[in-house]
Design a protein around this ligand. Structure first.
Ligand code: GAR
Length: 218
């Protein structure tokens, strides 16, 4: 079991949040932080595109923002290296991918072992990738959900920290299902990040052990 000593390193634990879109999950993290529940300080919000709506949410909350443009780099490795450099320059020790729609190369992931958390809008290993919600709908599943997991060198694959099911209704469209999935994300992701910030998560192979009674993983 690898005990993650996030809380021991500094208080509150400094994290970077990476986004590509509107940033409703970022907002949930900011709201949790404002309530004093996150146990982490969001020291920077990084987007892969300058028009990511979540950048305005970060600015509104007084959080530093950075854009590391996907289009400004020739390949995934150089983009990923620039992301990792930016995270480190701001002093972040943990990373949350909150609707970040790029795959980080191993050269970045390996710089933050068991310290990058991703939220995915399906019950992994079902429906990995960028189109999880429409893929689940067109497959015809009656249950989908949310996965929060540590990031490793494979796409949507690292050890699962928490999952929660969301019912799929017969007449759901993508928007309706994604809205209910996001409502769960907005609760689950801050809970996981808070546990991470407290140092309450330990990785044992593919399993994540919650070391307190505040266990939302099952
Ligand atoms: C979230 O639903 C998140 O699960 C998903 O993007 C959305 C971002 O919304 N992520 C992925 O699909 C990653 N493969 P937000 O910008 O409003 O937080």
């Amino acid at each position: 079991v690898v005990a993650l000593d996030s809380s021991a390193m500094s208080d509150p634990f400094p994290i970077a949040v990476l986004i590509s879109g509107s940033g409703t999950n970022l907002q949930a993290l900011i709201d949790s932080s404002d309530r004093g529940e996150l146990g982490c300080a969001i020291v920077v919000v990084i987007a892969d595109r300058p028009d990511a709506g979540g950048l305005d949410r970060a600015r509104g909350a007084g959080i530093a923002t950075e854009v590391v443009g996907w289009d400004d780099h020739t390949d995934r490795a150089s983009f990923s290296c620039a992301i990792a450099d930016t995270i480190e320059r701001h002093g972040a020790r943990g990373v949350v991918l909150a609707g970040f729609m790029r795959i980080l190369a191993p050269n970045a992931v390996d710089r933050f072992p068991n310290a990058i958390i991703n939220v995915h809008p399906a019950l992994l290993p079902a429906f990995p990738g960028a189109d999880a919600v429409p893929s689940a709908l067109s497959y015809g599943v009656t249950v989908s959900g949310v996965t929060v997991h540590f990031v490793d060198d494979m796409v949507d694959h690292g050890p699962i920290i928490a999952q929660e099911a969301v019912q799929v209704f017969p007449h759901d469209d993508e928007e309706a299902l994604h809205r209910r999935i996001q409502a769960v994300e907005h609760r689950l992701l801050p809970e996981v990040v808070a546990a991470f910030g407290r140092g309450d998560l330990a990785v044992d192979g593919r399993h994540v052990v919650w070391t307190t009674s505040a266990d939302v993983s099952r």
